[in-house]
Write a protein of this length. Sequence first.
Length: 189
Amino acid sequence: MPAPSGKIRIIGGSLRASRLDVPDRPGLRPTPDRVRETLFNWLMAHVGGARCLDLYAGTGALGIEALSRAAREVVFVERDPGLAQALRANLERLKQANGRVVAGDAWSALERETEPFDLVFLDPPFADDAWSEAARRLELRGLLAPQAFVYVETPADAQPELPADWHPHREGRAGGVRHVLYRRAGGIR
């Protein structure tokens, strides 16, 4: 069931039960509580100390869940200026200094990053069909740690082209959405 309009809650960690303000935007579909809970149960032993990228941040719920569980850093990329501002305000209100918001498109943001990520949330607007290109650019730029985790959320019937060394670790479905956690194979290219 979707969160009530205007607010979603953090479901675990030090920020558990904190509410996030969510601006009304067409096509914005925050990852549901149940899916976030499942994802972070899968990642339980891997988030603490991780450098994370929330590439299509939207509300920032996935990245803030990671900060709530002691991620070292989360880079949030959001092209909508209003959503980027709301995300900055939520991070400030929650006193999350390890979150950095990059306002702009995903491709430009990836060009500026130089340090690899341990965990990437790849949940673009479904209409953009950006999964395959984002995966290609992450690999091309060397932005994934050797055994990075990449969370991919797609329509249930989508089949994005992903790198051969991304192996499904866990998978689930919620309504018309498929969510898969991939593990990158130990840096062998």
